[in-house]
Design a protein around this ligand. Sequence first.
Ligand code: GLP
Length: 245
Amino acid sequence: MKVVVVKNYNEISFQAAQLITDQIINKKNSVLGLATGSTPIGVYQELIRKFQKGELDFSKVVTFNLDEYYGLSPEHPQSYHFFMWNILFKHINLKKENIHLLNGITENIAKECKQYEDLIQKSGGIDLQILGIGDNGHIGFNEPDISLDTRTHLVNLTAKTIRANSRFFNNAQEVPKQAITMGIGTIMQAKKIILLANGKRKARVVERTINGPITTKVPATVLQLHNDVTIIVDQEAAFQFASQQ
Ligand code: GLP
Protein backbone atom coordinates (compact mmCIF):
# COMPACT_ATOMS: atom_id res chain seq x y z
CA MET A 1 0.00 0.00 0.00
CA LYS A 2 1.27 3.43 -0.83
CA VAL A 3 0.22 5.99 1.76
CA VAL A 4 0.29 9.66 0.83
CA VAL A 5 -0.28 12.11 3.67
CA VAL A 6 -1.21 15.60 2.54
CA LYS A 7 -1.98 18.80 4.39
CA ASN A 8 -5.73 19.08 3.99
CA TYR A 9 -8.88 18.10 2.16
CA ASN A 10 -8.17 20.33 -0.85
CA GLU A 11 -4.83 18.65 -1.31
CA ILE A 12 -6.46 15.18 -1.21
CA SER A 13 -8.89 16.29 -3.92
CA PHE A 14 -6.13 17.79 -6.01
CA GLN A 15 -3.83 14.74 -5.80
CA ALA A 16 -6.59 12.21 -6.45
CA ALA A 17 -7.88 14.23 -9.42
CA GLN A 18 -4.35 14.28 -10.81
CA LEU A 19 -4.10 10.46 -10.60
CA ILE A 20 -7.46 10.12 -12.36
CA THR A 21 -6.32 12.62 -15.02
CA ASP A 22 -3.11 10.65 -15.62
CA GLN A 23 -5.18 7.49 -15.94
CA ILE A 24 -7.52 9.05 -18.54
CA ILE A 25 -4.67 10.64 -20.49
CA ASN A 26 -2.85 7.29 -20.65
CA LYS A 27 -6.00 5.42 -21.63
CA LYS A 28 -8.82 7.48 -23.11
CA ASN A 29 -11.35 4.66 -22.68
CA SER A 30 -10.48 4.01 -19.03
CA VAL A 31 -13.04 2.25 -16.88
CA LEU A 32 -13.45 4.14 -13.60
CA GLY A 33 -15.09 2.85 -10.44
CA LEU A 34 -16.69 5.78 -8.64
CA ALA A 35 -17.65 6.37 -5.02
CA THR A 36 -20.20 8.56 -3.30
CA GLY A 37 -20.19 10.06 0.20
CA SER A 38 -18.83 13.47 1.12
CA THR A 39 -15.16 12.55 0.74
CA PRO A 40 -14.87 12.43 -3.08
CA ILE A 41 -16.90 15.60 -3.72
CA GLY A 42 -13.74 17.74 -3.91
CA VAL A 43 -12.16 15.30 -6.38
CA TYR A 44 -15.21 15.55 -8.63
CA GLN A 45 -15.12 19.35 -8.44
CA GLU A 46 -11.49 19.28 -9.46
CA LEU A 47 -12.26 16.95 -12.39
CA ILE A 48 -15.02 19.34 -13.53
CA ARG A 49 -12.59 22.24 -13.35
CA LYS A 50 -10.05 20.35 -15.46
CA PHE A 51 -12.76 19.45 -17.97
CA GLN A 52 -13.89 23.07 -18.23
CA LYS A 53 -10.30 24.17 -18.83
CA GLY A 54 -10.06 21.66 -21.67
CA GLU A 55 -7.53 19.46 -19.85
CA LEU A 56 -9.74 16.39 -19.68
CA ASP A 57 -11.97 14.55 -22.12
CA PHE A 58 -14.42 11.98 -20.74
CA SER A 59 -16.00 11.09 -24.09
CA LYS A 60 -14.58 7.57 -24.10
CA VAL A 61 -14.48 7.01 -20.35
CA VAL A 62 -16.73 4.34 -18.83
CA THR A 63 -17.90 4.51 -15.21
CA PHE A 64 -19.36 2.09 -12.70
CA ASN A 65 -20.60 3.31 -9.34
CA LEU A 66 -19.89 1.26 -6.28
CA ASP A 67 -23.29 1.12 -4.68
CA GLU A 68 -26.87 2.32 -4.34
CA TYR A 69 -29.45 2.36 -1.54
CA TYR A 70 -32.02 -0.36 -2.01
CA GLY A 71 -35.49 1.14 -2.30
CA LEU A 72 -34.49 4.62 -3.49
CA SER A 73 -35.44 5.57 -7.04
CA PRO A 74 -32.93 7.42 -9.23
CA GLU A 75 -34.96 10.63 -8.69
CA HIS A 76 -34.74 10.43 -4.89
CA PRO A 77 -32.50 13.28 -3.70
CA GLN A 78 -30.56 10.93 -1.42
CA SER A 79 -30.05 8.23 -4.03
CA TYR A 80 -26.53 7.82 -5.31
CA HIS A 81 -27.93 8.20 -8.83
CA PHE A 82 -29.13 11.68 -8.00
CA PHE A 83 -25.89 12.50 -6.19
CA MET A 84 -23.64 11.44 -9.08
CA TRP A 85 -25.65 13.27 -11.73
CA ASN A 86 -25.67 16.48 -9.72
CA ILE A 87 -22.15 16.40 -8.40
CA LEU A 88 -20.36 15.15 -11.50
CA PHE A 89 -22.06 13.63 -14.53
CA LYS A 90 -24.15 16.60 -15.69
CA HIS A 91 -21.06 18.81 -15.69
CA ILE A 92 -18.79 16.73 -17.92
CA ASN A 93 -18.92 15.01 -21.32
CA LEU A 94 -19.34 11.38 -20.28
CA LYS A 95 -21.66 9.56 -22.68
CA LYS A 96 -24.87 8.50 -20.98
CA GLU A 97 -24.48 4.93 -22.24
CA ASN A 98 -21.05 4.74 -20.60
CA ILE A 99 -22.39 5.57 -17.13
CA HIS A 100 -23.40 2.61 -14.99
CA LEU A 101 -25.27 2.81 -11.69
CA LEU A 102 -27.09 0.10 -9.82
CA ASN A 103 -30.87 0.31 -9.91
CA GLY A 104 -32.07 0.71 -6.31
CA ILE A 105 -35.65 -0.13 -7.24
CA THR A 106 -34.98 -3.23 -9.28
CA GLU A 107 -37.60 -5.95 -9.02
CA ASN A 108 -35.00 -8.63 -9.59
CA ILE A 109 -31.95 -8.14 -7.40
CA ALA A 110 -30.13 -11.27 -8.52
CA LYS A 111 -30.50 -10.27 -12.17
CA GLU A 112 -29.47 -6.67 -11.49
CA CYS A 113 -26.30 -7.81 -9.69
CA LYS A 114 -25.37 -10.38 -12.30
CA GLN A 115 -25.91 -7.89 -15.15
CA TYR A 116 -23.70 -5.33 -13.38
CA GLU A 117 -20.89 -7.84 -12.92
CA ASP A 118 -21.21 -8.95 -16.55
CA LEU A 119 -21.06 -5.35 -17.75
CA ILE A 120 -17.91 -4.70 -15.72
CA GLN A 121 -16.27 -7.77 -17.26
CA LYS A 122 -17.46 -6.82 -20.75
CA SER A 123 -15.90 -3.37 -20.35
CA GLY A 124 -12.56 -5.02 -19.64
CA GLY A 125 -12.67 -4.61 -15.85
CA ILE A 126 -12.19 -1.52 -13.72
CA ASP A 127 -8.90 0.28 -14.39
CA LEU A 128 -9.10 2.68 -11.47
CA GLN A 129 -11.41 2.40 -8.47
CA ILE A 130 -11.99 5.39 -6.18
CA LEU A 131 -13.00 4.52 -2.63
CA GLY A 132 -14.04 6.39 0.47
CA ILE A 133 -14.22 4.57 3.78
CA GLY A 134 -17.01 4.22 6.31
CA ASP A 135 -16.35 4.84 10.01
CA ASN A 136 -16.51 1.08 10.55
CA GLY A 137 -14.12 0.33 7.69
CA HIS A 138 -16.74 -0.44 5.08
CA ILE A 139 -15.83 0.08 1.43
CA GLY A 140 -18.73 0.53 -0.95
CA PHE A 141 -21.41 -0.80 1.37
CA ASN A 142 -19.46 -3.94 2.32
CA GLU A 143 -20.12 -3.95 6.03
CA PRO A 144 -17.97 -5.78 8.62
CA ASP A 145 -18.05 -9.57 8.48
CA ILE A 146 -18.76 -9.79 4.81
CA SER A 147 -16.88 -12.59 3.04
CA LEU A 148 -13.84 -11.69 0.96
CA ASP A 149 -14.93 -13.00 -2.39
CA THR A 150 -18.36 -11.39 -2.70
CA ARG A 151 -19.50 -9.91 -5.98
CA THR A 152 -22.26 -7.31 -6.44
CA HIS A 153 -25.00 -8.15 -3.94
CA LEU A 154 -27.66 -6.89 -1.56
CA VAL A 155 -26.49 -6.06 1.98
CA ASN A 156 -28.10 -5.14 5.27
CA LEU A 157 -26.69 -1.88 6.58
CA THR A 158 -25.41 -1.84 10.14
CA ALA A 159 -26.91 0.43 12.79
CA LYS A 160 -23.63 2.36 12.81
CA THR A 161 -23.79 3.07 9.06
CA ILE A 162 -27.46 4.01 9.25
CA ARG A 163 -26.62 6.44 12.05
CA ALA A 164 -23.60 7.87 10.20
CA ASN A 165 -25.54 8.33 6.96
CA SER A 166 -28.62 9.78 8.67
CA ARG A 167 -26.91 13.17 8.43
CA PHE A 168 -28.00 13.28 4.79
CA PHE A 169 -31.65 12.41 5.59
CA ASN A 170 -34.25 14.11 7.80
CA ASN A 171 -33.80 11.38 10.39
CA ALA A 172 -32.40 7.85 10.87
CA GLN A 173 -35.82 6.27 10.11
CA GLU A 174 -35.61 7.56 6.55
CA VAL A 175 -32.27 5.86 5.84
CA PRO A 176 -32.77 2.68 3.80
CA LYS A 177 -31.86 -0.45 5.75
CA GLN A 178 -30.34 -2.19 2.74
CA ALA A 179 -28.15 -1.38 -0.22
CA ILE A 180 -26.79 -3.01 -3.36
CA THR A 181 -23.02 -2.86 -3.56
CA MET A 182 -20.12 -4.17 -5.58
CA GLY A 183 -18.55 -6.89 -3.47
CA ILE A 184 -15.08 -7.00 -1.99
CA GLY A 185 -14.21 -9.47 -4.76
CA THR A 186 -15.37 -6.98 -7.41
CA ILE A 187 -13.38 -4.14 -5.82
CA MET A 188 -10.24 -6.27 -5.45
CA GLN A 189 -10.30 -7.02 -9.19
CA ALA A 190 -9.80 -3.33 -10.06
CA LYS A 191 -6.33 -2.81 -11.52
CA LYS A 192 -5.63 0.26 -9.36
CA ILE A 193 -7.38 1.52 -6.25
CA ILE A 194 -7.28 4.95 -4.60
CA LEU A 195 -8.78 5.25 -1.13
CA LEU A 196 -9.46 8.70 0.29
CA ALA A 197 -10.05 9.72 3.89
CA ASN A 198 -10.08 13.02 5.68
CA GLY A 199 -10.74 14.37 9.13
CA LYS A 200 -10.20 13.11 12.69
CA ARG A 201 -13.30 10.94 12.54
CA LYS A 202 -11.49 8.57 10.13
CA ALA A 203 -8.14 8.44 11.97
CA ARG A 204 -8.72 5.18 13.80
CA VAL A 205 -10.12 3.30 10.84
CA VAL A 206 -7.32 4.61 8.59
CA GLU A 207 -4.74 3.31 11.06
CA ARG A 208 -6.39 -0.10 11.17
CA THR A 209 -6.67 -0.22 7.38
CA ILE A 210 -2.95 0.36 6.97
CA ASN A 211 -1.43 -1.43 9.96
CA GLY A 212 -4.14 -3.65 11.34
CA PRO A 213 -4.48 -7.37 10.88
CA ILE A 214 -6.42 -8.28 7.75
CA THR A 215 -9.90 -9.02 8.98
CA THR A 216 -13.38 -8.98 7.52
CA LYS A 217 -14.38 -7.09 10.68
CA VAL A 218 -12.69 -4.07 9.05
CA PRO A 219 -13.37 -4.70 5.34
CA ALA A 220 -10.87 -2.07 4.11
CA THR A 221 -7.95 -4.07 5.63
CA VAL A 222 -8.41 -6.53 2.76
CA LEU A 223 -6.91 -3.84 0.52
CA GLN A 224 -3.52 -4.78 2.01
CA LEU A 225 -3.71 -7.81 -0.29
CA HIS A 226 -4.05 -5.70 -3.46
CA ASN A 227 -0.88 -4.82 -5.35
CA ASP A 228 -1.74 -1.28 -6.42
CA VAL A 229 -3.49 0.71 -3.72
CA THR A 230 -2.80 4.36 -2.95
CA ILE A 231 -4.29 5.79 0.22
CA ILE A 232 -4.48 9.58 0.25
CA VAL A 233 -5.23 11.06 3.65
CA ASP A 234 -4.99 14.46 5.26
CA GLN A 235 -2.99 15.06 8.43
CA GLU A 236 -6.04 14.68 10.66
CA ALA A 237 -6.98 11.28 9.26
CA ALA A 238 -3.31 10.21 9.34
CA PHE A 239 -2.95 11.23 12.97
CA GLN A 240 -3.02 7.74 14.57
CA PHE A 241 -1.14 6.12 11.73
CA ALA A 242 1.59 8.79 11.67
CA SER A 243 2.02 8.74 15.47
CA GLN A 244 3.14 5.11 15.19
CA GLN A 245 5.84 5.77 12.57
C1 GLP B 1 -21.24 5.60 2.35
C2 GLP B 1 -20.78 5.02 1.02
C3 GLP B 1 -19.31 4.70 1.02
C4 GLP B 1 -18.54 5.89 1.58
C5 GLP B 1 -18.95 6.14 3.00
C6 GLP B 1 -18.19 7.26 3.67
O1 GLP B 1 -21.60 4.67 3.28
N1 GLP B 1 -21.49 3.85 0.67
O2 GLP B 1 -18.89 4.40 -0.30
O3 GLP B 1 -17.16 5.64 1.51
O4 GLP B 1 -20.33 6.48 2.97
O5 GLP B 1 -18.80 8.48 3.50
P1 GLP B 1 -18.16 9.88 3.73
O6 GLP B 1 -17.19 10.08 2.60
O7 GLP B 1 -19.29 10.85 3.68
O8 GLP B 1 -17.47 9.84 5.05
